[in-house]
Design a protein around this ligand. Structure first.
Ligand SMILES: [Zn+2]
Length: 356
C-alpha cells in the first residue's frame, strides 16, 4: 500500500514536471528562459534604495547596513514575498521562493558558481518587483511576482522539487541549489542605487544583445558583451518553401513571394550583437522578433538561407539574449570564474551588495 502511494505521488509529480523537462531537453541545456519584460517600464517601476554616496562601492561585495530600504538588514528567510501561482496568491519567504526559482530557471547540473549567479540575479529581480510594489507601482494586482517565465521568473515548489530529486537519488542537486541561494543570502546587484532588472536567457550567440536593440530602451547595465562558448549553441531549422510562404502571408498579406526562394529575401539589418533587427521578405520589412515568433526560432540571431524548395534557418543562441546568458555563466564557471565575476561579466558596472 505504501509503495502504491509513493508511486502515485511520483507519477503525479512526473506529470507536473514533464512540460518542464520537455523544454529542458535531455541535456538540460535547452531551457528557454525568456523574460520578456519591457525594461523601460520595469526600470522605471524598480524601487530605489539609498546608498551613502561617499562609500567606496567598487569592491565586489560590500556589507551595507546603511542602505535605507524596507528590505535591507533582513535575511532572505525574514522577507515575505507574495507570488501569484495559477491565479491564486501564496505568501512565502524570499528564501523558499528563490529555491524554487533557481530550480526552475537553471539546470541543477550546472556548476555551483553559475547557480549562485542565478540566485543573485533572481533575488535582485525580486527585490526590484517588491520595491516597486512598496512604492505603489505594482506590476501585478495583488502579488509581487508571478510564476509566468515570460513575465517574471519560472518557479517550482521547492518541497515538490526536493521530493523528486530524492526519488531519483539526486540529493546532490538539492545541496547545490540550497548552497547557491543560502551562501548568497541578501546579495543583490545595484545600479544607480536601484536593484537592477536582472534579465537573463538560456544562451547567447557570440555576443549578448543591447537592451536597446531588443526592447528599444537604453539600459546602461544591459549592453552587449562577448559571451563565452556562444558559438556552441546552434540550431538548424528547415521548413518547406510552401509553408514559409503561407506563414509569411498569414502575417503579411502584402508580401510578394513569387519565383524562386532565392529571390524572396532582401536587405538584412543586424544589431551590434549580430541578431536580426529587420529583414526584407517578399518586399516587406519584417523585424527579427517577428521572424522569431512566426517561425518559432530559438533567437533573433539567424541566417535565412533559401534553397530550391526549402528555407534553412541557421540560428545561434536561445532566448532574447539580453543580460546574463545561462550557458555562458556555465562556461565561465567551468573556466574557474566565481559568481561575482560572472555577474560583473554580464551586467555592466553593477555593484554587488550584501544587504543583510
Ligand atoms: Zn509577473
Amino acid at each position: 500500500m505504501k509503495k502504491l502511494i509513493i508511486m502515485a505521488i511520483v507519477l503525479t509529480l512526473l506529470t507536473f514536471l514533464l512540460p518542464v523537462m520537455a523544454v529542458w531537453g535531455m541535456s538540460g541545456e535547452d531551457r528557454e528562459s525568456d523574460v520578456d519584460v519591457i525594461p523601460e517600464n520595469a526600470v522605471e517601476a524598480a524601487g530605489t534604495v539609498t546608498i551613502d554616496s561617499d562609500e567606496d562601492s567598487t569592491s565586489s561585495t560590500n556589507t551595507a547596513k546603511d542602505i535605507d530600504s524596507p528590505l535591507t538588514g533582513k535575511a532572505d528567510r525574514e522577507i515575505y514575498v507574495s507570488v501569484e501561482i495559477d491565479g491564486r496568491v501564496e505568501t512565502m519567504t524570499l528564501q523558499y521562493y528563490l529555491l524554487g526559482v533557481v530550480s526552475a530557471e537553471m539546470p541543477a547540473s550546472y556548476p555551483t558558481e553559475a547557480l549562485k549567479a542565478q540566485a543573485v540575479a533572481a533575488r535582485t529581480y525580486t527585490y526590484s518587483r517588491m520595491l516597486a510594489a512598496l512604492a505603489g507601482k505594482n506590476v501585478h494586482d495583488s502579488a509581487d511576482v508571478c510564476t509566468n517565465p515570460g513575465h517574471c521568473k519560472a518557479y517550482i515548489d521547492w518541497e515538490q522539487q526536493t521530493d523528486v530529486w530524492e526519488e531519483i537519488g539526486r540529493t546532490d542537486y538539492i545541496d547545490k541549489i540550497a548552497d547557491a541561494v543560502m551562501s548568497t543570502d541578501g546579495e543583490v546587484m545595484l545600479y544607480d542605487s536601484k536593484p537592477i532588472v536582472a534579465v537573463f536567457h538560456a544562451a547567447s550567440g557570440d555576443y549578448t544583445e543591447n537592451a536597446k536593440d531588443i526592447w528599444g530602451s537604453d539600459v546602461p547595465y544591459l549592453v552587449s558583451v562577448e559571451s563565452p562558448n556562444g558559438a556552441d549553441y546552434k540550431k538548424t531549422i528547415t521548413i518547406s518553401a510552401e509553408e514559409f510562404q503561407e506563414m509569411i502571408y498569414n502575417e503579411y498579406p502584402d508580401a510578394l513571394l513569387t519565383g524562386e526562394p532565392s529571390e524572396w529575401f532582401g536587405e538584412i539589418v543586424r544589431t551590434q550583437a549580430g541578431g536580426v533587427e529587420s529583414i526584407i521578405v517578399g518586399g516587406v520589412e519584417v523585424t527579427g522578433k517577428e521572424m522569431r515568433e512566426i517561425f518559432d526560432l530559438p533567437s533573433t540571431n539567424f541566417d535565412a538561407i533559401p534553397k530550391k524548395n526549402t528555407i534553412v534557418f541557421n540560428t545561434k543562441g536561445y532566448g532574447h539574449c539580453v543580460g546574463m546568458s545561462q550557458y555562458g555563466a556555465r562556461a565561465l564557471a567551468l573556466k574557474g570564474k566565481n559568481y561575482r565575476d560572472i555577474l560583473h561579466w554580464y551586467y555592466t558596472d553593477v555593484d554587488i551588495r550584501k544587504l543583510t
